[in-house]
Design a binder for this molecule. Structure first.
Ligand code: NAP
Length: 400
């Protein structure tokens, strides 16, 4: 029997036998989960010399939940994730047709998971479109609850859009074409600053050199521009002795071991990650910029097969691969478990089990360097041997 993870005074309190709920996922999810769990258990046992063990608790969502309970997202699943605070999930089928609540949205709202975190780093040997993919090593902190994603949007010609348009035109003199669709982009100091705080806290803890605020404030001055202002403001107020703005460092003071806070306009940032990737480390950005930028960064290091993610709030976190269920390969023991493995590494890192996180990354790097890889990598790596999902897991454990 395990114990619950707790969160006190802004810190995780993790027992040696934490209960962690998992959703194995649909399609190839069970293949990937089986292999990943095998790696997680072996790694934790090995690095802690048997002192620690995760007590996995299966919770249902997606097709498996529907078959067993008639509900795609049972209340019990949400309750268990809330009770145990930290969970990991495989990909879920998004059923076509309305009426089905998305797990990610439900969890984001229930647990206020306001930071979507995507670490992007290169593993030597993985095929990439870049000449020097190893130069990109960033962690993207994307705001997860505000911006144009709040769904305050009105269809062209609808009574709501028409009334709002008339109001904006008559009251504020706004020039908007007749019959336009309208969407609202709310961004608050509270929402922006708590995201930037998370990014800076991570940079300090992980000894990362900089946090870059990525915004489109040159055009959207009061939303994106405010994100930039609020970001610098909170860096100074909360982390004055541990951070320094880029402007100050260029005045000759140097960073002197402090985290440099800088900002870039979003369109320029897409060029920067291609042309000067080594200048960026942690990125903090509003929701829409983060959506585009994190996928663009992931493409540089070889794509979604190796892309983990985490949705994190205060005292709650859910980790997941960012790829889908790849249903045509379901049950074939064929696909790459790398993204779920790296999500697990993120989870262990977040909980303070950095030794386990490092060991997973070491094992994965070793297996790739030995060129014993799943089909997706093998087909692009000359001289590689294709192995199954479960063989890949064994190979990773051998390299820990
Ligand atoms: P997908 O499942 O990500 O698969 C697209 C292609 O990506 C696959 O055919 C495969 O490429 C490659 N791929 C994905 N995962 C891989 C892995 N682990 N190892 C190796 N290759 C992998 O995207 P989709 O076909 O658009 O979506 C399928 C279902 O997943 C949909 O129901 C969608 O809504 C859902 N989905 C869920 C999530 C989530 O839960 N987080 C995210 C995205 C999509 P090749 O064909 O070239 O081999």
């Amino acid at each position: 029997m395990g114990d619950r993870i707790d969160f006190r005074d802004g810190r995780w309190v993790v027992p040696d036998r934490p209960v962690i709920p998992f959703i194995e996922g649909d399609g190839t999810g069970p293949d990937i989960w089986r292999a990943s769990r095998r790696v997680f258990d072996a790694v934790v046992e090995k690095v802690s010399r048997g002192k620690r063990r995760v007590e996995w608790l299966e919770v249902l969502a997606g097709e498996k939940a529907f078959q067993q309970t008639g509900n795609w997202l049972p209340e019990e699943t949400l309750e268990n994730i809330r009770r145990y605070r930290v969970a990991i999930k495989g990909p879920l089928t998004t059923p076509v047709g309305g009426g089905i609540r998305s797990l990610n949205v439900a969890l984001r709202q229930l647990l206020d998971l306001y930071a979507c975190i995507r670490p992007v780093r290169y593993f030597a040997g993985v095929p990439s479109p870049m000449r020097e993919p190893e130069k990109l090593d960033v962690v993207v902190y994307r705001e997860n609850t505000e911006d144009v994603y709040t769904g305050v949007e009105y269809a062209a010609g609808s009574p709501e859009a028409t009334r709002l348009l008339v109001f904006l035109r008559d009251q504020f003199g706004a020039k908007i074409r007749e019959g336009s669709a309208l969407g609202i982009k709310p961004m608050s100091r509270f929402g922006s600053q708590r995201l930037v705080v998370k990014a800076i806290e991570y940079a300090i803890k992980a000894r990362r050199p900089s946090v870059t605020l990525v915004h489109k404030g040159n055009i959207m001055k009061f939303t994106e521009g405010a994100f930039r202002e609020w970001g610098y403001e909170v860096a100074k107020e909360r982390f004055g002795d541990k951070t320094v703005s880029e402007a100050e460092t260029t005045k000759g003071k140097g960073a002197a071991g402090r985290v440099v806070i800088k900002d870039r306009i979003a369109d320029s940032m897409f060029q920067q990650v291609l042309l000067r990737p080594e200048e960026y480390s942690v990125i903090a950005t509003p929701n829409l910029n983060g959506d585009y930028l994190s996928d663009a960064c992931v493409a540089q290091i070889g794509g979604l097969g190796m892309a983990p993610g985490g949705n994190v709030g205060d005292g709650f976190a859910v980790f997941e691969a960012t790829h889908g269920t790849a249903p045509k390969y379901a049950g074939l023991d064929k696909v790459n478990p790398g993204a779920v493995l790296l999500s697990g590494a993120m989870m262990f890192e977040e909980l303070g089990w950095s030794d386990s996180a490092d060991a997973i990354i070491r094992g994965l790097s070793g297996a790739i360097a030995a060129r014993r890889v799943t089909y997706d990598l093998a087909r692009q790596m000359p001289g590689a041997t294709e192995v199954s999902t479960s063989q890949f897991a064994e190979c990773i454990i051998d390299h820990v």
